[in-house]
Design a protein around this ligand. Sequence first.
Ligand SMILES: CC(C)(COP(=O)(O)OP(=O)(O)OC[C@H]1O[C@@H](n2cnc3c(N)ncnc32)[C@H](O)[C@@H]1OP(=O)(O)O)[C@@H](O)C(=O)NCCC(=O)NCCS
Length: 183
Amino acid sequence: MDSSDAEAEPPSLGVVRSARADDGPTLHRIDVATFAEDVSPAVPPQPGADFFGGRVRPEDVLVAEVNGAVAGYLAVGPHYPLASSAHVVQIRGLAVTPEHQGKGVGRRLVGEAVEVARGRGARRLTLHVLASNETARRLYGSCGFVVEGVQREQFHLGGRYVDDILLALDLTTLRTPQARGDL
Ligand SMILES: CC(C)(COP(=O)(O)OP(=O)(O)OC[C@H]1O[C@@H](n2cnc3c(N)ncnc32)[C@H](O)[C@@H]1OP(=O)(O)O)[C@@H](O)C(=O)NCCC(=O)NCCS
């Protein structure tokens, strides 16, 4: 090791933690900042909406922090609310603030979601992604998700029909996706 290595700044270690109820406004702002027709078929997030007002509970949300600031989140839940499908966990939301994108936050959150799903006894981790969301598709593909189904022209967005893609990760055979470097 030379002297420049010894003096180098330590990497910024991000953390992933469970959400708290008081993260709601921050997570809503991330939804607003990342919403676009090519990444979500939903209506745009409404001003002042309660992030935890619907089916999303704080205990189902992972929050990534970088240098003490919330950089992104990932929400999970059952794919179906049925005991017969309790072994399938679904990623129901993933977003990283524009200023933190491209730095490994999304990959880290997906890796943590794998651990959460395994902790819940899941055999499969699933999600839906729009065909137009090429960034997210690349992320999931590099984490080992495979296409299990395509619903053709399921949404009409921005004047064109867009496919809805069902992706899944087999947790019974998988090694945890590695975060590439620190956040
Ligand atoms: C999709 C999203 C969560 C990715 O988060 P991120 O923190 O930027 O992703 P990472 O930095 O961890 O990158 C992981 C991989 O995603 C892909 N990726 C990330 N940014 C990309 C870009 N601008 N162009 C193409 N691929 C990209 C790459 O495969 C990358 O792996 P690599 O760095 O080894 O090449 C983020 O772009 C986002 O919040 N988008 C808007 C909301 C959204 O689309 N959510 C997903 C809904 S299903």
